[in-house]
Design a protein around this ligand. Sequence first.
Ligand code: PEP
Length: 254
Amino acid sequence: MKTLMAANWKMFKTRREAADCARELETRLEKLPADREAVLFAPFTALAACAEALGPGPRLRLGGQNCYPATEGAFTGEISPAMLLDCGCSHVLVGHSERRAILGESDEFIGKKCAFALNAGLDVTLCIGETLAERDGGMLRPVLDRQLAEALSGVPDDMPAERLCVAYEPVWAIGTGRVAGPAEIIETHALIRAFLRKRFASGKDEMRILYGGSVKPENTAEIISLDNVNGVLVGGASLRAESFGAVALAGLPA
Ligand code: PEP
């Protein structure tokens, strides 16, 4: 299983800024070993510019930060998986906590997106995670189980495990500088692994579970060494090529 290093640029960067940063990242990722992969979730408006800057067959794969579960139609403001594929994407992010909290996305809607995007040919990174109130209220497991059950409800058992990643992003650790501790990450990733083993007849042990929440170059090597951590999803620290390059190459000999 390849370790996945994923960048989420959120609503940052003009086309020019994005293309320059993507190009620099691609150069830094020349040193990316064969057992690691890197994906960049860029804003919709910058995807085509990034694809052009990266050129054919780049190490850095491209993804959208969201999609709508339909091929085309009267869905003003939305973007379809087919449109993402047309912009050079191979991946899409689904269920980010900012979309759940700010845009009111439901577990059911996120489930529809997961199934539709996979079926359309995009690899999916599904974000799940609890708020601090939910964790403090003893609701960690029920919340994650509910989010996973709904999001995966339309995913068939024969879907190749490497096409879907689960990104565990505790809401209290996103953009706050407060990273979850190793014990919290190990415990939560074990819960997610157990859920996936029960949910899929084939076990899907090759399905990657990423950690996200205040990941930086300095803490990445430790995080990816933990049990059931198969990569990271990085927001703030992915905005500069130097910083995300250091995350992607963390723990490797200089
Ligand atoms: C994210 O946006 O998915 C994220 C994890 O952000 P940050 O790394 O800034 O906490």
